[in-house]
Design a protein around this ligand. Structure first.
Ligand code: AMP
Ligand code: ZN
Length: 678
């Protein structure tokens, strides 16, 4: 056998094993055997560099992070799906399908699980993976080719030579997400709340080497266009599997009479699927019929999603514990007999606040129903009053902080959020629970970004009194850390290095980390620009502070009061002075205010998940003369609403007659063009 032949054989074999492992979930070699093949391939390529091509399994991961985000236009718009929740809605859908076609035609439907992840488009040309992109706003997505190449279930080459455009969903298998979250917890990072966020977050990362470490999967569910390979969608799905392309292989094609049963059988089976499924998709099978039916402005008329009702589980409420947060607020948490719910074991659930518990009349020992709100955090939704034996114990919010014993106080919650009930809080600034939460917050990504400082570590440090506030972090030595349980030399060094590195963060990040009430990322930056350095900020007396802060563009009275109060607080001052002594925080570079440009006079609030970092979007807006705010207020011109924009922001926009625009519309403005009237 020649080297080239051996090379080709190895590539084929490795691709086939990847398919069995990542798509069929049914490997037939051990990991060690697989590694041996990969090593042989690497060795062969080292000896014969001329054999290396970009479709070799050794070349999945790019060597460098991508430098910027490249937009791509989808040749065919990526539509979303209309949702239905009842059999009546479905019947209505079928009626419209019938009405759109000529009377004599019979219609066959394909029913597939609806996967809960992030949608992507992948284009193969001449048998090679050419391009992968996110959905974006449906018309313009983001080029994520280097990231998708790292997903080992996606073949880099296929035998089909024509152009092939596929749509699919990037998902995490539940078991993979669990191990990823365990790893993140170790590193002190927040766990992903659900597979959907985890998938879309992973796909957007700039560094493909990071993406490669995440166990992503792709499931293709559609062939988009081109010379049609098949007459029926169901044939296309079968063909995908034959080509070695990942597809779910869980679809059925049935006449209308079989649709309900097919949906039910997915609902029954979905707890056993390796991925999260939030519904079923019902599609007209015949491409000819699909073409006749066409699209509305948002959805295909030939497909609809059927959403499953939230899963509910009953279990026993064994206790109600109280958690103390960063600002001292006491939150009741339900402790439950562990129960399976939507694929995970649930043993705790949120109870929000004392009035919520009172409204439910939940007592310890009760039989309660729990649901996942949007498949994320489990909530107690109902108490089974019939099941009461009389031994259940009513619960009351403690009058003393469970962590430090200080008498608690009531405070009105933020009126803006429409919450008028009293929040109960522990007023003790030195309360260990608050200190822990503050330090953890300080270390987070958007603030001081300190790696390796996980919850468990912070917990130990605070418990031992080694750290009493965020400034104490900079006094820590390796020796302090080595005294802790399970702390090796290497990990201790990593922690110290990360803390030391965080000294270099610019002032606005430091201010974010301190958690000044009312002050978000944009405001923190404005405040940092106004002050320049932490030292200068501390040099203002109360009067000066009020004057300086009130002069910042867009700072309303509430924000001014919050900052002034924070600066006047002796405990906060003491901490900030220690930070100055330790030389933490770099001076804030003064952004030159752009006074000319197409966006002068326009103001923006940017929210939701966008295709790039919010900071970068802000910078682009400012560069053209626009101003940026953290929230929508009177006079705000535009609300740029990314995916998952919160209802509060949209309501504010309505109230202030602020125009809500998409990321694409923003791109038009950034290109110096005008938007058509709303
Ligand atoms: P929605 O985002 O709720 O409008 O639902 C539409 C999205 O569902 C599509 O953009 C896809 O990302 C996703 N989806 C998941 N599974 C399927 C499937 N089997 N067929 C079509 N779309 C699917
Ligand atoms: Zn306390």
């Amino acid at each position: 056998m020649t080297a080239a032949e051996r090379h080709a054989a190895l590539v084929r074999e490795i691709d086939a094993h990847n398919y069995r492992y990542y798509v069929l979930d049914d490997p037939n070699v051990t990991d060690a055997e697989f590694d041996r093949l990969l090593r042989e391939l690497r060795a062969l390529e080292e000896k014969h560099p001329e054999l290396v091509n970009e479709h070799s399994p050794t070349q999945r991961v790019a060597e460098q992070a991508r430098a910027n985000v490249v937009k791509v236009r989808h040749e065919v718009r990526m539509f979303s799906l209309d949702n239905t929740y009842s059999v009546e809605d479905l019947t209505e859908f079928a009626r419209r399908v019938k009405a759109g076609l000529s009377e004599s035609e019979t219609v066959r439907y394909v029913i597939e699980p609806k996967l809960d992840g992030a949608s992507i488009e992948v284009v193969y040309e001449d048998g090679r993976l050419k391009m992968a992109s996110t959905r974006g706003d449906g018309e313009i997505g983001e080029d994520i080719t280097t990231n998708v190449r790292t997903i080992r279930g996606v073949p880099l080459s296929i035998s089909h030579k024509g152009k092939l455009t596929l749509r699919g969903e990037v998902v995490f298998y539940r078991k993979d997400l669990e191990s990823l979250n365990a790893e993140r917890a170790q590193e002190g990072l927040e766990p992903f709340a659900n597979p959907r966020n985890a998938a879309s977050g992973s796909l957007r990362m700039m560094d493909a080497r990071e993406v490669a470490r995440r166990p992503l999967r792709v499931v293709f569910y559609q062939i988009v266009e081109g010379p049609r390979l098949h007459k029926f969608h169901s044939e296309s799905l079968d063909w995908l599997a034959k080509e070695g392309l990942p597809s779910h292989r869980r679809h059925v094609a049935v006449p209308w009479e079989g649709v309900t049963e097919a949906i039910l059988s997915i609902d029954r089976a979905r707890a056993d699927y390796p991925f999260e499924t939030d519904g079923a998709v019902i599609k007209v099978d015949s491409y000819a019929q699909q073409d006749i039916l066409g699209f509305t402005s948002k959805f295909p008329k030939w497909a609809v999603a059927y959403k499953f009702a939230a899963e509910r589980a009953w279990t026993k409420l064994t206790d109600i514990q109280v958690q103390v947060g960063r600002t001292g607020t006491l939150t009741p948490v339900a402790v439950l007999d562990p129960v399976q719910l939507a694929g995970t074991t649930v043993s705790r659930a949120s109870l929000h606040n004392a009035s919520f518990v009172a409204a439910l009349d939940a007592r310890i020992g009760d039989k309660v129903a729990i649901e996942k709100a949007g498949e994320i955090i489990p909530q107690v939704v109902l108490v089974d009053m019939e099941a009461r034996s009389g031994d259940e114990v009513p619960w009351q919010m403690p009058t003393k902080c469970p962590e430090c014993g200080t008498k608690v106080m009531a405070r009105l919650l933020d009126e803006e959020k429409g919450q008028m009930e009293a929040a109960i809080r522990c007023p003790n600034r030195l309360c260990p629970a608050q200190v822990k939460a503050q330090i953890f917050y300080f270390a987070r990504r958007f603030a001081m970004d300190i790696d390796h400082l996980g919850l468990a570590l912070v917990e130990q440090l605070v418990q031992r009194g080694a750290v009493k506030d965020v400034a104490d972090l900079y006094d820590l030595t390796k020796e302090h850390l080595l005294e802790l349980e399970r702390m090796g030399d290497k990990s201790a060094q990593n922690v110290i290095d990360s803390i030391q590195r965080s000294r270099e963060r610019v002032l606005d990040r430091l201010l974010c980390g301190l958690g000044i009430p009312q002050i978000g990322q944009v405001a923190a930056r404005q405040l940092a620009e106004q002050a320049g350095t932490l030292e200068h900020l501390l040099s203002w007396n109360e009067e000066q502070a009020r004057e300086q802060v009130a002069s910042i563009h867009g700072f309303g009275p509430k924000m001014v009061d919050a900052v002034v109060a924070f600066l006047a607080d002796t405990e906060q001052r003491r901490i900030m002075e220690k930070l100055v002594e330790h030389g933490v925080g770099q001076p804030q570079p003064k952004e030159t205010v752009v006074t000319e440009g197409p966006l002068v006079g326009s103001s923006f609030c940017v929210t939701g998940v966008l295709s790039r970092k919010r900071e970068d979007v802000h910078a682009d807006i400012r560069a053209l003369g626009g101003t940026v705010f953290d929230s929508v207020k009177k006079g705000t011109t535009y609300l740029v609403a990314g995916e998952k924009t919160g209802k509060t922001k949209l309501d504010q926009a309505k109230k202030h007659a602020t125009r809500v625009i998409t990321e694409t519309e923003l791109a038009i403005l950034l290109a110096g063009k005008e938007l058509p009237p709303a």
